[in-house]
Design a protein around this ligand. Structure first.
Ligand code: CA
Ligand code: CA
Length: 210
């Protein structure tokens, strides 16, 4: 049987990193803001300088630093800035060595993922209301390859919406969580049956850390 609920292409960060050049900031950047000083020749060098400035003394980016830098960078554009909770979720998603912080590689991946989400959000918001509504989210999940029953979609919309509208920040949190939990589940669903046994501790580790 086909795996129920597993999201396909979108959100698979490895392999969709468009590079470290300034072009990854395309789309919705507030005019006038330049994260890359023009004097740098190699895009990687300027990304590295940007990273070290954000990371501070410990050389890694935590949730507070990430929130500050995302707010400053204007990557949310006209959408409201990312909450600390969403920043934590984003770090948890990419934090391969479980330090609760991001190194340079993870930081680069996040920038790439964020511009992909933003493009994705604008595509899904078909009526240009600036938010994603129930039918738009339901369609988006289907496009991403998730097959969720209507009650599940209803429950997710209730959790992530304000007056029926899901804004960019909550949309990202929702997509990251759905992806991470699906991955967690799928790794244990060896027979691809949509049914898993796990221990209490395993369950808590997989869900509480996201
Ligand atoms: Ca730091
Ligand atoms: Ca909309």
């Amino acid at each position: 049987m086909a795996y129920p609920g597993y999201g396909g292409g979108f959100g698979n960060f490895s392999g969709q990193i468009p590079g470290t050049g300034p072009n990854m900031f395309a789309g919705g950047y507030q005019p006038g803001y330049t994260p890359y000083p023009g004097s740098y020749s190699a895009a990687d060098d300027s990304m590295w300088s940007y990273f070290t400035a954000v990371a501070g003394q410990d050389g890694e980016v935590d949730a507070e630093e990430l929130q500050r830098c995302l707010t400053q960078s204007g990557i949310s554009g006209t959408y409201s800035p990312f909450s600390l909770e969403t920043c934590r979720i984003m770090i948890a998603m990419l934090d391969r060595d479980y330090t609760g912080k991001m190194g340079f590689k993870e930081f680069k991946d996040l920038w790439a993922a964020l511009s992909a989400w933003k493009q994705n959000f604008m595509t899904i918001d078909q009526d240009r209301s600036g938010s994603v509504e129930h039918h738009e989210l339901s369609q988006a999940f289907a496009t991403m390859g998730y097959r969720l029953n209507p009650q599940t979609v209803n429950a997710i919309v209730k959790r992530y919406s304000k007056n029926g509208r899901i804004f960019f920040d909550d949309y990202v949190a929702c997509c990251v969580k759905l992806r991470a939990l699906t991955d967690f589940f799928r790794r244990r669903d060896h027979l691809q049956q949509g049914c898993v046994n796990f221990t209490y501790d395993d369950f808590l580790q997989g869900t509480m850390t996201i």
